[in-house]
Design a protein around this ligand. Structure first.
Ligand code: NCD
Length: 316
């Protein structure tokens, strides 16, 4: 595999091998010296043309822990703000010898476009393209669910996961539905009808409008951010009404299974889709998701880059 653009690029075996490799990488992250020489001499470009905190820093930490050279590139402060096209920007990166480009872009399909372009010889990793996909987020979510809830570190068979909120604008939801269902979990999408995409019936997931009836059934509740920046219209009457029907609060925490975990990819709108109390509760694994993200991205970079012919061939 050369690129990671969508969860659909992965087979069941690929997905499990990323999770298993990430488990090994987590040991590096726990060690006093958090570094492996594996990607020494390789250049990785973080091309972030849409705002990001967690994902960008996480990829940077992952690449550095594998000893790669990292170039960070964002729209602000670059010629992109002068109107330079993605093609010209990417050609420039290629001319600098990038072995991999990690791209976040506001347009769905941007990562695929970059990977398909004839002049891009390195690997392309999709770090979120519009409302389409965010595969490494789904992988870190699956890793987190497996770590907490799967007894045998295999797949996610027997587990149920609710994905709740702004499904329409969420690339995290799209990637997670594909990955979690591929790994055997039952996925239930919970949202108001206005925040569901056309064609959701064909997704490998059930759909419910009734959060309270779903809560006692699931092992993980994944709350999504209400993506106001992508909303050109009113999708719900008031924030208060949204929280009332679809927000996670103390009462709802009480309806969950005792062992169930609370997740959120961040950034959170505290007080809208999740109360501060729930976000900071003992059931919340939100901060741990960020930690796991580094291990999962190390695994993805390692598997995509370390085996290729120009690598120095240092095995872990
Ligand atoms: C998500 C994203 O950017 O798609 N965040 C993330 O990567 N951690 C979700 C979001 O923006 O709500």
């Amino acid at each position: 595999m050369r690129h990671l653009l969508s969860i659909a690029d992965l087979s069941y075996v690929d997905a499990l091998s990323i999770l298993d490799t990430a488990q090994e990488m987590a040991r590096v992250s726990d060690a006093p010296v958090k570094k492996l020489p594996t990607l020494r001499g390789r250049t990785i470009v973080n091309l972030f043309l849409e705002d990001s905190t967690r994902t960008r820093i996480s990829f940077e930490a992952a690449a550095k822990r594998l000893s790669a050279d990292v170039i960070n590139f964002s729209a602000k402060g670059s010629s992109v703000s002068k109107g330079e096209s993605l093609k010209d920007t990417a050609q420039t990166l290629q001319a600098m010898g990038a072995d991999a480009v990690i791209i976040r872009h506001p347009a769905s399909g941007a990562a695929q476009w970059l990977a398909d372009s004839a002049w891009m010889s390195g690997s392309v990793i999709n770090a979120g393209d519009g409302t389409h996909e965010h595969p490494t987020q789904a992988l870190l979510d699956a890793f987190t669910i497996r770590k907490h809830l799967s007894a045998n570190s295999g797949d996610l068979r027997g587990l149920s996961v609710a994905i709740v909120g702004d499904i329409l604008h969420s690339r995290v939801a799209r990637s997670n539905v594909l990955l979690l269902s591929m790994l055997g979990a039952q996925v239930i999408i919970v949202a108001p009808p206005t925040l569901l995409p056309v064609g959701v019936e064909s997704w490998p997931a059930q759909v419910s409008y009734d959060f309270d009836s779903v809560l006692p059934l699931v092992d993980a509740v994944m709350m999504l951010r209400v993506q106001q920046e992508r909303m050109s219209d009113y999708f719900f009457p008031t924030p208060r009404e949204y929280s009332h029907y679809f927000g996670l609060n103390r009462d709802r925490l009480g309806f969950m299974k005792k062992t169930a975990i609370v997740m959120h990819p961040g950034p959170m709108n505290r007080g809208l889709e999740i109360t501060a109390e729930c976000a900071d509760s003992a059931r919340s694994v939100i901060v741990e998701q960020v930690t796991n993200g580094v291990s999962v991205r190390m695994a993805v970079l390692y598997l995509l880059l370390a085996g290729s012919p120009t690598s120095p061939g240092v095995a872990i």
